[in-house]
Design a protein around this ligand. Structure first.
Ligand SMILES: C[S@@+](CC[C@H](N)C(=O)[O-])C[C@H]1O[C@@H](n2cnc3c(N)ncnc32)[C@H](O)[C@@H]1O
Length: 253
């Protein structure tokens, strides 16, 4: 209930924050303590696992956990507040959860001139390479989520519209001609060396002040190698900020 002495703008800010908090917890399965998929080999719902994204929810649309979901939300909010131009892009969407959060932030701020680009094979991972030394989840059927299923998840949150662009296919084929001129948040969640390297083709479209998120920088050696090679080749010195056990990001200066 609104306190009569509270300015309306403060009240709207509070409502927006409450909406995005609720969405973070719904999208990660924290809200309903969604139990883990058997393939994630974790027994029962564990709050600390869901916070860090150490298990994969049975039904909720994202496996990234609440800390990395909060990072998606905060970086999207930050670039809006700082007028950093561009779309929000995720490469590797699985059931769509993090991309749904991107679209939710646009909805919460009534922004109609930015889009969300969601790229995936919608058929699971391609073959891994020798660089993906500690990647062990490639063949798991739970990672193959169809485009129709992802669209249904967006629709369930009332967010399936023309502001969301789906790119179906391997990143190497779809991203070089991705229909976006400038990007404010670029989130790489393809896990693998080549998938990360192929996502970095979009880096030149990332605006100054925009954010590059590497979902598994501190987990998968393949992703870290691709990022480290790219940063070294480009002379990028913007510090990588740790989000949680697995994820990192930097702001392009
Ligand atoms: C860890 S999941 C993404 C999790 C998701 N961001 C979330 O919010 O739960 C990785 C996804 O990347 C996709 N993927 C990995 N490499 C790819 C590639 N080279 N081309 C297309 N899709 C790829 C897989 O199909 C899978 O859906």
């Amino acid at each position: 209930m609104r306190n009569r002495r509270m300015p309306e703008s403060d009240y709207i800010s509070r409502l927006r924050a409450a909406y995005l908090d609720l969405m973070r917890d719904s999208l990660t399965g924290r809200l309903n303590e969604d139990p883990p998929l058997p393939s994630s080999k974790v027994e029962g719902y564990k709050p600390d696992y869901r916070e860090q994204g150490w298990d994969w929810p049975s039904k909720a649309p994202s496996m990234i956990g609440t800390l990395r979901m909060e990072n998606v939300r905060r970086e999207c909010e930050r670039v809006i507040a700082e007028n950093v131009p561009g779309d929000f892009v995720e490469t590797g969407v699985w059931r769509g959860g993090a991309a749904i959060m991107m679209r939710e932030v646009l909805a919460a701020y009534e922004i109609t001139d930015r889009r969300v680009v969601a790229a995936d094979s919608f058929e699971g991972f391609p073959a891994q390479t020798d660089a993906d030394t500690n990647f062990t989840v490639g063949g798991i059927a739970d990672f193959a989520v169809s485009l129709d299923a992802v669209k249904a998840n967006f629709a369930r949150y009332g967010l399936l519209d023309e502001q969301v662009i789906f790119l179906k296919g391997l990143f190497a084929d779809t991203l070089p001609s991705a229909p976006t001129q400038s990007i404010a948040v670029l989130r790489l969640d393809g896990d693998l060396y080549e998938s990360t390297r192929d996502g970095l083709v979009l880096y030149d479209k990332l605006s100054a002040g925009g954010t590059l998120i590497a979902d598994d920088y501190f987990l998968f050696e393949g992703q870290r190698k691709a990022i480290d090679e790219f940063r070294s080749a480009r002379g990028i010195a913007d510090p990588i900020i740790r989000i949680d056990h697995f994820g990192g990001y930097w702001v392009k200066r």
